[in-house]
Design a protein around this ligand. Structure first.
Ligand code: SAH
Ligand code: F3S
Length: 477
């Protein structure tokens, strides 16, 4: 038996409701981006509410769920590999239910059940409330699928169960879907139209986390700068809103201000910013609140204006440089990170050199780089030829990685001798005598543990570094 509190629509507590455990165990495995991890916390909440219990042992599970990613071909291959491993478990236990959720489920729909004949449930990112029902259908002897995308669903009322966490940092989804239609990207197809979540529920979730002892929240959206809450509905339908709704609309700058104002001890991060939408107003809000972390993830994708146009990114090289300069001016000391794609359709050697020169100009503190991977259904797959030979893609990617590694190391070397306010997160994997945390710039800092616990702020002076970590000593606060 389990006691839990149900919230009514006004968020007030009703009498405790006694929910019977249904005795069934589920094993949930998550792949892909932070948004997927956040979604898994929502799904856990939905299943726990229905009396299921989670297990970390796949062999003792009645239900195996995989939250999947479709962003690149190799992400899907990993999931397929894992599914073949589950086949063995299913042989031993024929009543085992295997479900695929997330972007790969949405992209492949019923094809997934045909291709991978052990999949019983296919459920897309907007249909997670339906999972208990889908499980029931499978128990009744059918395969079950729900891949409907929604114009409203933001799971705003669901209080996510924090998974595998350190009790210090947490993700909060602020928007779902994406309307940008970058030509290479499958996300608009797998996650649907862009919709913002009710500002009040976001602030409430952040405040609750702070009260429980959390000290950092990361606000998540595919394009946070495009956040707009005006009382519901799709971002693109703002024209249909009433005058009153328009007047009360909250932008990302407004949301950030509200979350940052909860408490100066609550750090606020966000991801992902988009160069075409990131406003100076957001940068000024950051400058006003020290607890909004000095780190901006600003995907570049390519340094060539011609390629950016083919990518339909909505900005060119000049605009990207202008945004970098705005960050440098308004937020000195802010780290900048990025995503970069190597070998997109029609990319020439000159285009590639422009990417390298942009890396050199920005001097990224960290960046993720990928080989272009054609995704069925996207504009690029339909209209452009994936014409950069594999070998060339590989070589260009390596050049990007080598340059980035050098930049990241140099960025860390520059921090030697500086003192940072660090929020502790956990004991170092290398030694029980050491604790790690991150500074506002999102760099990992390792230092002697002494009697510190996760969730505390300390000043650390950096004495050494590697390309991924700063190493230091605590100094008097
Ligand atoms: N919304 C974010 C991130 C989307 S996906 C944004 O604005 O960029 C994360 C990253 O995966 C992207 O930034 C891009 O660099 C990479 N990516 C997306 N589709 C890709 C593809 N088809 N091939 C290679 N990399 C891709
Ligand atoms: Fe994808 Fe571009 Fe949106 S990279 S998630 S379509 S901003």
């Amino acid at each position: 038996m389990e006691v839990h509190i149900e919230n009514n629509a006004l968020g007030e507590q009703e009498m405790p409701v006694i929910a019977e455990k249904c005795g069934k165990k589920y094993f949930l495995e998550t792949y892909g981006c932070q948004m997927n991890f956040s979604d898994s916390e929502i799904v856990t909440s939905i299943l726990d509410e229905k009396g299921f219990s989670s297990t970390s042992l796949e062999a003792e599970a009645d239900i195996i769920l995989m939250n999947t990613c479709a962003i690149r071909e190799n992400a899907e291959q990993r999931v397929r590999q894992r599914l073949t491993e589950f086949r063995e478990l299913k042989r031993q236990n024929p009543s085992l239910i295997v479900g695929v959720m997330g972007c790969m489920a949405e992209r492949l729909k019923e094809k997934l059940m045909e291709e991978e004949d052990l999949v019983d449930i296919v459920v897309g990112p907007d249909a997670y409330r339906n999972i208990p029902k889908l499980i029931e259908e499978v128990e009744g002897g059918q395969k079950a699928i729900n891949v409907l995308l929604s114009r409203e669903e933001t799971y705003a009322d669901i209080n996510p169960v924090r998974l595998g966490g350190n009790g210090v940092t947490a993700f909060i989804s602020i928007a779902r879907g994406c309307d940008n239609m970058c030509s290479f990207c499958v996300v608009p197809f797998t996650r649907g139209r862009e919709r913002s979540r009710d500002v009040e529920t976001i602030v409430k979730e952040a405040r609750l986390l702070f009260e429980k002892g959390y000290r950092e929240v990361t606000l998540l959206g595919q394009n946070v700068d495009s956040y707009l809450w005006y009382g519901g509905g799709l971002k693109k339908d703002i024209d249909k809103a009433t005058e009153e709704q328009k007047k009360g609309a909250v932008t990302f700058a407004g949301l950030l201000e509200q979350v940052a104002s909860i408490d100066p001890l609550l750090r606020v991060r966000f991801s992902t910013s988009n160069p075409q939408d990131m406003t100076d107003e957001v940068l000024h809000v950051m400058a006003r609140h020290e607890n909004i972390c000095r780190c901006i993830h600003l995907p570049m994708q390519s340094g060539s204006s011609r390629v950016l146009k083919v990518m339909n990114r909505g900005y060119d090289r000049e605009k990207y440089i202008e945004r970098i300069n705005a960050i440098r001016t308004i937020l000195p000391g802010c780290t900048i990170t990025a995503d970069i794609i190597a070998g997109f359709c029609s990319e020439t050697e000159e285009d590639h050199q422009e990417t390298l020169s942009m890396i050199d100009f920005v001097r990224y503190d960290l960046a993720y780089s990928f080989k272009y991977s054609e995704r069925p259904g996207t504009t690029a797959a339909r209209k452009y030829k994936d014409d950069v030979p594999e070998e060339t893609k590989g070589r260009r990617l390596q050049e990007i990685i080598d340059l980035l590694r050098k930049m990241c190391y140099e960025s860390n070397v520059k921090d030697i001798g500086k003192t940072f306010r660090v929020l502790t997160e956990g004991i170092s994997k290398r030694s029980a005598e050491e604790i790690y945390g991150r500074n506002s710039q999102n760099k990992v800092v390792v230092f002697p543990k002494k009697d510190l616990k996760p969730g505390e702020y300390v000043n650390v002076k950096v004495s050494k570094c590697t390309s991924g970590t700063l190493i230091g000593e605590i100094i008097e606060n």
